[in-house]
Design a protein around this ligand. Sequence first.
Ligand code: DQA
Length: 146
Amino acid sequence: MQLLAIHGPNLNLLGSREPGLYGSASLEQINDDLRCRAGSLGVEVDCFQSNHEGALVDRIHDARGQVDGILINAGAYTHTSIAIRDALLAVAIPYVELHLSNVHTREPFRHHSFLADRAVGVICGFGAGSYGLALEGLVAHLRAQP
Ligand code: DQA
């Protein structure tokens, strides 16, 4: 099983970016942990980060026919990007939306997601732990498919 983890804008700054909100783990540490957990589950995960909406759309397109499932923390694009929603629906790859912070306890503009209603599931609020939980959920979902 081949998975893709997509990290959106500003997540390259994890570790130093608002640590009270997002924790102290760097993106590299999160990716290392994801790969390690994926290995334990017997799956592979490729990790991609961009600050650019079009680059995220392109990476999703490239996943078509190559990837069984996507973990996506689209960062602020979660709340704004119809293009990323359309790309995910176009490639028809099951995806889990995740966030480090609990977006529902934050500003009202973070309460809406353009991705959530078509996701397999949504995980938020567990800091870096959200990634592992999302991975487990996605793998369990894919394995349950006939
Ligand atoms: C975030 C939440 C978003 O609202 C925010 O724009 C981010 C990070 C999170 O992981 O908590 O960049 O996706």
